[in-house]
Design a protein around this ligand. Structure first.
Ligand SMILES: [Zn+2]
Length: 342
């Protein structure tokens, strides 16, 4: 992965290439941005460029011994630390600190990447802070995080911040369609729902997400048509089905309860835009443009906004590990009540 292989993020790349040639290069960086926009890949590109034996215009060659080692995943001076079961513990940081006390083995710079640095436990963060405060020469640190606010301010203040932006929908769509061989139409849908994250779009393009999405969109679209008396039964049935479809919790699974809520959120977001007469280019679910336009007219704007926030609240309830069947049952009944047609 060279700088030139990274999708978008021109500003971050330009900055890093400039900083690399400075006499006093910062020794610690904090890459921030939503997951799946190239933070870890850029850290690798930085490690390659710093150690490349024949760099070109501030980028690695990708062919020399040093580049090949990093690309092959067996460079002794390029380390990536990831959370194990959602946490980066003190032991992981102690191991790192021990390794850093020696000079880099073969490279000019040893690059240490801490992915999802916000996952460091307080003890781990404090241990790492000491390392940052007394840097030994030749070591470069890259922390990645979604939000700087989730980290110790004393860590943040010692890092050079580099922000990563969500990628434009068109860029994500083209990449997905090219790399994954999915149709342009499907690529456009997942790109729209990905919020600009290649990682998220990939995840959606790779499994049954698209079928799942269609099914749950069709259902939520039918909801206003159900008589009130039937809504309870429908809510119960759906809740059971969602629970059976994926109980793996709020994050990660593209078929789980959280994924269904994301799909519904995109639906109400689009209904709001349709109701406000925004063009269909702004819709996430462009393939449902006609139904969205037609349906939106049966809603009060106020109720669409309320519905959107109810789904958001349900998503938070799920993250707090509330009973997913109950959360869904409650939500479906509330959405039905706001659906206008009585
Ligand atoms: Zn090279």
């Amino acid at each position: 992965m060279r700088f030139s292989d990274i999708l978008g993020q021109e500003k971050a790349q330009r900055f890093l290439r400039q900083v690399m040639v400075r006499e006093k290069m910062p020794h610690a960086y904090l890459f921030t941005g939503i997951p799946g926009v190239g933070k870890r890949s850029t850290a690798q590109a930085l490690a390659m460029a710093l150690n490349c034996l024949s760099p070109q215009d501030g980028d690695a060659c990708g062919l020399c011994g040093s580049c090949r080692k990093i690309l092959g995943g067996n460079a002794p001076d390029f380390h990536v630390i990831r959370p194990g079961s959602n946490k980066i513990g003190i032991d992981q940081i102690r191991e790192v600190n021990h390794g850093l006390s020696f000079a880099p083995l073969s490279a000019q710079y040893r690059v240490l990447v801490i992915c999802q640095a916000e996952a460091m436990t307080p003890e781990a963060a404090n241990a790492f802070l000491k390392t940052l405060e007394e840097p030994s020469p030749g070591n470069i640190f890259v922390l990645t995080a979604t939000e700087p606010l989730d980290l110790l301010p004393t860590i943040v203040s010692r890092c050079q911040k580099v922000s990563f932006q969500p990628l434009p929908r068109g860029v994500v769509a083209n990449w997905i369609s090219e790399k994954k061989g999915v149709s342009q139409k499907e690529a456009d849908i997942v790109a729209g729902l990905s919020g600009g994250s290649i990682g998220r779009a990939l995840e959606m393009a790779e499994n049954e997400f698209l079928e799942n999405r269609e099914r749950w969109l069709e259902r939520i679209a039918e909801l206003p048509g159900f008589p009130r008396t039937e809504a309870q039964g429908v809510a119960f049935k759906w809740a059971e089905e969602i629970k059976a479809g994926g109980t793996s919790g709020a994050q990660g699974s593209s078929l789980g309860p959280a994924a269904v809520l994301d799909i519904w959120k995109s639906w109400y977001r689009d209904l709001l835009l349709a109701r406000a007469k925004m063009g269909e280019h702004s819709f996430m679910n462009r393939d449902f443009s006609q139904s969205l336009k037609k349906m939106s007219m049966g809603f009060k704007i106020k109720n669409l906004a309320k519905s959107f926030f109810l789904i958001d609240r349900a998503a938070m309830d799920l993250m707090e590990n509330r009973n997913s069947a109950l959360v869904f049952e409650h939500l479906v009944l509330e959405l039905r009540a706001l659906a206008g047609r009585l």
